[in-house]
Design a protein around this ligand. Structure first.
Ligand code: NDP
Length: 261
């Protein structure tokens, strides 16, 4: 392989991104399209998928998307079957879809405010769905002898969470463990599994936080600004490339210098 080659060979071109309709996921979809990949993405709400397709410019041979709930294994399996029927095997999986419930009462502590249902839903979306998808796609990657799995974690799973709840922090810390375990299992087959842990990136997930919350978050970031979806997408593109074949089981912090473990 020539040094500097970011683009994957033609048979390694199909990417699946979860939560690709907005924020960081949309940035990742855009970046992979710009790099010449065929990109399939899912999001929860049909209108968000349609809006993203309008933004990206509908291109049937390069872009395919549906609204499904990534926690529903049957929906995920059917979606993957449709992508495979269209373009062949998926070489690159980006587990990006995530939720972070906001606190109703800023004065009360999170633990007492978190119902078991809310806890289970966050673990389902942020941790179980990446497991479902990784388990589903790994056999074909193994058969091909090539694959890339990229999990979008969070600084909240790497250090004491300053804003997010216990469910969110636990799900993202769990993703670091899943990344390592899957990386160990899949390393002999040419498949790398890595995690990207962003600090605060302005998106629909963080935007609705009170101005005071975002101000205090900003004061903790040494570079003095929030991150961008594009900055996360660049790292995902690098990890997805053949050049990154010796990086596996890693968690890459993109935090503007904010402390991570
Ligand atoms: P957004 O809220 O802007 O977007 C989340 C995306 O995930 C949406 O497209 C949403 O679909 C989709 N999604 C959520 N639940 C499901 C589900 N059950 N099934 C399918 N799709 C789903 O989030 P961000 O872009 O900010 O965050 C992306 C990832 O980055 C998350 O994993 C988040 O935890 C992580 N992260 C974000 C940080 C930040 O500061 N923004 C910091 C650290 C980590 P729909 O559009 O239809 O609602």
């Amino acid at each position: 392989m020539k040094a500097g080659k970011l683009r994957a060979p033609a048979d390694r071109h199909v990417v699946l991104v979860t939560g690709g309709a907005r924020g960081i996921g949309l940035g990742i979809v855009r970046r992979f399209l710009a790099d010449g990949y065929q990109v399939a993405f899912v999001a929860m709400r049909a209108e968000h998928v349609e809006r993203a397709l309008d933004l990206l410019g509908r291109s049937e041979d390069r872009l395919y998307a549906e609204s499904i709930d990534v926690t529903r294994e049957d929906n995920v399996r059917n979606f993957v079957d449709r992508v495979r029927a269209r373009w062949g095997e998926i070489a690159i999986l980006v587990n990006n879809a995530g939720i972070s419930p906001k606190r109703a009462d800023q004065d009360a502590h999170w633990l007492s405010q978190t119902s078991l249902d809310e806890w289970a839903r966050v673990i389902d979306v942020n941790l179980n769905a990446p497991f479902i998808l990784s388990r589903l796609l790994a056999p074909a990657m193994i058969a091909k002898g090539y694959g890339r799995i990229i999990n979008i974690g969070s600084l909240a799973g790497r250090a004491m969470p300053m804003i997010a709840g216990p469910h969110y922090a636990a799900s993202k810390a769990g993703l670091v463990g899943l990344t390592r375990a899957a990386a160990r299992d899949l390393a002999p087959y040419g498949i790398t599994v890595n995690c990207i842990a962003p600090g605060r990136v302005l998106s629909d997930l963080t935007g609705p936080s009170e101005a005071m919350v975002n101000r205090s978050a900003l004061s903790r970031i040494p570079v003095g600004r929030f991150g961008t979806a594009d900055e996360v997408a660049h790292v995902a593109a690098f990890l997805a490339s053949p050049m990154a074949g010796f990086i596996t089981g890693a968690t890459i912090d993109i935090t503007g210098g904010e402390f991570a473990a």
